[in-house]
Design a protein around this ligand. Structure first.
Ligand SMILES: Cc1cc2nc3c(=O)[nH]c(=O)nc-3n(C[C@H](O)[C@H](O)[C@H](O)COP(=O)(O)OP(=O)(O)OC[C@H]3O[C@@H](n4cnc5c(N)ncnc54)[C@H](O)[C@@H]3O)c2cc1C
Length: 453
């Protein structure tokens, strides 16, 4: 890509992705249960080779995928992005054993990943997280850990702990009325998690050298509680802020891990997680102990511009719908597009969408070329694109009139869908803070022109 345009192959790949989203992914999305992980959709993303690309291509390709899928199927876009968000820490910081165990299943869409950073008391201020990773030395709290480990040895007791339903075979764990998880198919030994049948064992036996027990809560975790594993950020050193956080790979069937789904304005697979002395070991650490915040921020630096790409895809869909509608809608003896106020509004929508797109591509290219200003560009791209998409979708609703607000209309869907990206992965205000910090961190500009009195 040059500074201002995509290569012809990239343009045709995007067209191909938009067609796939409309023809193959949209029908699967419509069959899914709103607000839940749609495993057939994720599996199709795997069959199309798009999930593998999460690990083999750079930030620009990620942006092109997200923008193109969002144009025709936001559900497919989101499913792809969440696989990337949850599994990128494993890809970038996992041990060979962790990578071998999980990444092939993420890439073929049989294992669902999640990224668990936010907590009820720590959202924007993620470094204030309090989920505790306490050393398990076999005494005190370790009693509970021993019970949890015993439950791991005995699946029936594991169910009594109410483990989150890991469903790598595409089946959701049924919930008992008392909140505990019923036995999953894997516990019956007929899922792909059954090594005896050649599948991948999805639960890690906690047998590493160092042991901790995780206790606390996570909130607003996409794909929870249905994911098969979680990248969990926990406090290993109290009072140390960002320097006392460790990233752990926690398989969903660890004893002591429970979760509940949350319903949002726009259906999204999301929930809360409760950790009740969940055992983890050195084998589960991603990266280094007390250096997990870097894992989180590195992941967000990659994904931030791509949230902007998602927004650009939605803005383009709204713009295209508006062009089509204003061309054909009769009004005042002509068409809506003949009214200058309407045509200028559409021009403004196109102008802002394109400006946001260029900024997203520039930020992604900066990431791919290891430019020094990645945090600045990523924040600018995410901020501009998500705010622009909100403006464009709202304008599109206005120019469509009442029909846009009818349940089931594309714009009714986009109007709800476009809101969350201004909050997650750093709210707009947080992005402004990052931009300002980066600007003032550089050397002061030389003052060629003395200030006028
Ligand atoms: C659909 C959706 C999916 C999500 N998925 C995930 C996920 O997969 N994993 C995960 O870990 N989290 C996830 N989140 C959580 C998300 O990252 C948090 O919502 C976000 O970090 C903001 O935290 P908060 O909601 O607690 O808001 P708060 O931190 O309470 O902030 C509320 C508001 O205060 C203002 N504010 C906050 N800080 C500042 C500041 N420094 N300067 C100026 N104003 C400020 C902003 O207006 C902000 O919107 C998801 C959220 C949503 C909505």
């Amino acid at each position: 890509m040059s500074a201002f345009s995509l290569e012809p192959e990239q343009i045709s790949w995007c067209a191909e992705l938009r067609a796939l989203a409309a023809e193959r992914l949209r029908p699967l999305a419509e069959k899914g249960e709103p607000g839940h992980v749609n495993r057939p959709l994720v599996a199709e993303l795997g069959r199309l080779g798009l999930l593998t690309r999460l690990f083999t291509s750079g930030a620009l390709d990620l942006c092109l995928m997200r923008e193109s899928l969002a144009h025709a199927c936001t559900e497919a876009e989101t499913a792809l992005a969440l696989q990337g968000l949850g599994a990128h820490p494993v890809h970038a910081h996992g041990s060979p054993a962790q990578r071998d165990r999980w990444l092939p299943a993420v890439a073929d869409g049989t294992a669902i990943a999640a990224f668990a950073l936010s907590e009820p008391g720590a959202g924007s201020d993620a470094a204030a997280l309090t989920l505790r990773a306490e050393p398990d030395d076999g005494s005190g709290a370790g009693d509970e850990g021993s019970a949890a480990l015993a439950a791991r040895e005995d699946p029936a007791r594991g169910a009594a702990f109410g483990t989150v339903g890991a469903t790598a075979g595409g089946r959701r764990a049924d919930r008992r009325p008392d909140g505990g998880a019923a036995r999953t198919d894997r516990e019956h030994g007929d899922g792909p998690g059954d090594p005896a049948k050649g599948g991948t064992a999805l639960d890690a036996r906690p047998n590493g050298p160092r042991r901790w027990l995780l206790t606390g809560e996570k909130c607003w975790i996409s794909n929870a509680p249905e994911a098969d594993f979680y990248t969990v950020f926990a406090r290993t050193t109290s009072g140390a802020g960002a320097r006392g956080v460790t990233a752990f790979l926690v398989p969903a069937d660890r004893p002591g891990l429970t979760g509940a789904a949350l319903e949002m304005l726009s259906p999204h697979p999301i929930g809360s997680l409760t950790f009740d002395a969940v055992p983890v070991t050195g084998d589960d650490v991603l990266g280094e102990v007390d250096r997990g915040f870097r894992v989180a921020m590195g992941t967000l630096n990659l994904f931030r511009p791509s949230v902007g790409a998602f927004a650009v895809g939605m803005a383009q869909a709204a713009l295209d719908a508006t062009l089509a509608h204003t061309r054909r809608r009769d009004a005042f003896g002509g068409k809506l597009k003949d009214l200058q106020a309407v045509a200028h509004q559409v021009a403004e929508m196109a102008l802002r969408t394109d400006a946001a797109r260029l900024m997203v591509y520039a930020a992604a290219t900066a990431y791919d070329t290891s430019a020094p200003d990645v945090p600045l560009r990523a924040a600018m791209a995410k901020l501009l694109a998500t705010e622009t998409a909100q403006y464009v979708v709202d304008s599109a609703v206005q120019l469509h009139g009442a029909r846009a607000l009818r349940r089931g209309h594309l714009l009714e869907h986009l109007y709800r869908e476009v809101r969350a990206p201004r909050i997650y992965e750093g709210a707009s205000e947080v992005q402004r803070g990052i931009i300002a910090k980066e600007l003032y961190a550089g050397p002061p500009a030389t003052e060629d022109h003395p200030e006028h009195p």
